[in-house]
Each structure stands twice: as structure tokens, then as C-alpha cells.
Design a protein. Sequence first.
Length: 75
Amino acid sequence: MSRWALILGTGSAPLWANLFVLMPFALTWLLLVPFIGSRALKLGNAALFWLTLASVYWLWWFVSQAFIHYAMEAA
């Protein structure tokens, strides 16, 4: 079974594993909405904001891969 099938919830991974993988997309909007139109996304702070967001995504991706591996072993 492909990893995309697990991520999209069409595989045999439990629901909690799929929600854990998809949660950064929801968190992005929760973090981004307060910053839209504010001075926090001006030139200097925008680079720091996007760099931090990208770092969180990479960390979340590595952790989610471990959860997917665990879910596949348990299934």
C-alpha cells in the first residue's frame, strides 16, 4: 500500500495517524490568518516567519513518518 493512500485516509492506517499527518495544513491557516494584513509580514519578519513555518513542516514530516511506520506495523 502506498504512503499517499495512508496519508489521504484510504489505506489501513488508523484515523489518528491520518489526522496527525494532515494537521499542519490546518495549523498553517490558524497561524497565517492573524498575520494577513498585519505589519508582522513586512520584509524583515516575513523571512523569519516563513523560515520558522518551513522548519515546523520539516520536523512534523519526520515525526509523521515515524507515526505512519508505527501504524503500518500495528495494522
